[in-house]
Each structure stands twice: as C-alpha cells, then as structure tokens.
Ligand binder design. Structure first.
Ligand code: TYM
Length: 329
C-alpha cells in the first residue's frame, strides 16, 4: 500500500482546475492507498489573508473535499495548521535549502511579480514547507496538477539532501502522480494559460448551473476557422482541453470534426460544454449545500483527522531529531 499526500491552499472555492488536476485523483486513490489530504492554510498566509476570512476559506476547501467524495473513513483529512510538527520539520529543512535555488523557483518569481510589496520569506520558502508536508508522512505519491511539478522536484531534492547530509536512507523521494499520465493543466476561459482562483477565469464546483452557462457563453472565441484542418488558436484549444475532461470522447471527436470541416458553431459547442460541466459539478454542489450546514460533522472530521495525522508526523519528528543529533539530558 502506497502512502499518498496532497493538499490544496485555502484561498477560495475550488474550481475545475483543482478538481481535474488534484481532487478527482484524491478520490480515485483513497481505496487502495494510505491517504493524507490536508488544507494548506499555512501556505495561504503568504498572501496575507484577512484573519476574518481565514476560517471561512478553510471551511470552503474542507466542504468541497467532502462534497467531491473524499471519505474520512478512508482518508485522513486535516488542517496543516493543526500539525505543529510540519512547521518544525519545515524549520529544519530550511537549514539545508539555499537562497539561490529558492529564488529561482517559477512560483516564487511569479508571486514576486504579482505582489512586489509583499515578497516575504514565506513566499521564498514555500517549497520547503511543501516538502515538509509531503515527507513528514513518507509519501510515495503526490497527486497534483502540472503547476506543482517543480515543487515536487524540489521536494525530492530536499529529501535526498537530508539523507546525504546525515548519511541515512530515511526520507523517500515522492513523485507527482496522475496514474502514469502527463500531469493536468486546465486552462482558463479567457484564453489565458491556467484556470486559477485569483485569475477571475474559473468555474467553481459550487457555481450554480446558470452561472456556469453564463461563464462558458462569455468564453473567448472568434469568427471560426477559415481553412480546413487549420491549427486552433490557444483560446479555442483551451475550450477543447476542458471539453476533453468533462465530455464523452465521441462528443469531443464530433466537435473536432466540425472544426476541421470549418462547420463549427461555437454557440452549440459552448452549450454542450456547459451542459457537460454541470453534469460534473451539480452533484458536488448539492452535497456542498448540505455539508456546509453541518458544523458538528466538520468538527468531527478535522479533529479525528488531526489526531491521526499527528500520530504519523510526531513519529517522524522524533526520528528526525535523533538523526540530527538532538539528545535529551
Ligand atoms: P493550489 O492550492 O494552487 O492548487 C491545488 C491543486 O490544484 C491543482 N491545480 C490545477 N491543476 C490543473 N489545472 C489547473 N488550472 C490547476 N490549478 C490548480 C494544483 O496543481 C494543485 O495540485 N502548493 C500547492 C498546495 C500544497 C501541496 C502541498 C500540494 C501545499 N503543500 C503538499 C501537494 C502536497 C498549491 O499551491 O496548490
């Protein structure tokens, strides 16, 4: 049985990118693996959220997890901030993480560009915290989307470096996982590269069907192809990419053929796409509306999850401290 660890930052509701890049695989993996799924609330602090909205954001992700089908009977569900051992391991890993490599990370460079007034040390050391999240439970597999590939490479490097420095075979080197397939990247509806919570281009699992229809209708298109079998511009390719994950293969094939024959009608394609997205999101949305009312259940899931996650994390920390040379008098 493999150990699986993954998390999502509590920075808003979850969207189709989170679902197809990560969450759907969490659910598919929970029967055959030992799974740890958490809410990365400490990671969300890099963007300085208002304390008044922090808890609501954590709740959104927790409710979305449960509504999408993560089962607390099968998986360990917890908040990152409930496991102080993660912060301790992060501290130790930082002693072996270097400014040059951290500053070169793509996500750091992007964030530094987006928030030039708040380039804090937490942003810089984001990958070491993520490594701590993962290796604290000795993960084998980490289900994530394409944008996390580099962070996983760094996790492996930090694990290897710890082992080499202390001369032990202690931490495993976990891999980013999507059932042997390329990691997924869901594009935005605005022709941009990636669907993101902060990009204003996302379809959320909690969106009402009418909202989804409207968002899809507004997706960027043009007057259609002028020549048979012409290459698609990025914003049209994006619609096909989303269709590929939500629609039946015959449907995608049908629209590909229409494209190639210059007979595509975007209004029809968008109607079909909206319908197929709603097929995925509407059962989840229904459960979100039920689960979000049940604070007793949410309390139970997170306290039991934290207890189990701490059991695993504190065992690791005890061993790590020993390896590093900390000794009681
Ligand atoms: P976050 O919160 O940005 O995203 C959570 C997960 O959703 C995936 N994802 C996408 N996949 C495909 N297409 C998209 N447009 C898209 N947008 C988001 C992400 O790849 C991710 O899997 N650093 C992580 C959170 C984290 C973590 C960890 C993950 C903290 N510690 C340990 C795994 C293991 C993050 O920012 O995810």
């Amino acid at each position: 049985m493999d150990i699986v660890v993954s998390g999502i930052r509590s920075t808003g509701n979850l969207h189709l990118g989170n679902y197809f890049g990560a969450l759907r695989n969490f659910i598919r993996m929970q029967d055959e693996n030992k799974c740890f799924f958490f809410i990365a609330d400490i990671h969300s602090l890099t963007t300085h959220p208002d304390p008044k909205s922090l808890h609501a954001n954590v709740k959104n992700v927790l409710v979305d997890y449960l509504a999408a089908g993560i089962d607390p009977e099968k998986s360990i569900i917890y908040l990152q901030s409930d496991i102080p051992e993660i912060a301790e391991l992060y501290l130790y890993l930082n002693m072996h993480a270097y400014l040059g490599e951290l500053a070169k990370t793509t996500s750091f460079k992007e964030k530094a560009r987006k928030q030039p007034d708040n380039i804090n040390a937490g942003l810089l050391t984001y990958p070491t915290l993520m490594a701590a999240d993962i290796i604290i439970h000795h993960a084998d597999k980490v289900p994530v989307g394409k944008d996390q590939e580099q962070h996983l490479e760094m996790t492996r490097r930090f694990a290897r470096r710890f082992n080499n420095f202390y001369g032990v075979e202690y931490f495993k080197e976990p891999v980013a996982y999507n059932f042997g397939q390329e990691l997924i990247k869901i594009p935005g509806l605005d022709g941009s590269g990636k669907m993101g919570k902060s990009e204003g281009n996302a379809i959320y699992l909690s969106d009402e069907p009418k909202v989804i229809e409207k968002k899809v209708k507004q997706a960027l298109t043009d007057s259609g192809p002028k020549e048979f079998n012409s290459p698609k511009p990025d914003y049209i390719e994006n619609l096909f990419t989303i269709m590929n994950v939500v629609s039946e293969p015959e449907v995608v094939q049908h629209y590909e053929e229409l494209w190639n024959k210059c007979e595509i009608r975007y209004s029809d394609m968008k109607k079909q796409l909206a319908e197929d997205i709603i097929k995925v999101t509407s059962p989840i949305r229904k459960r979100i509306l039920e689960i979000e009312k049940d604070d007793t259940y949410l309390h139970k899931v997170t306290t039991e999850g934290a207890e189990k996650a701490r059991e695993s994390a504190s065992k690791t920390l005890k061993e790590v401290r020993q390896i590093m040379g900390f000794q009681p008098f």
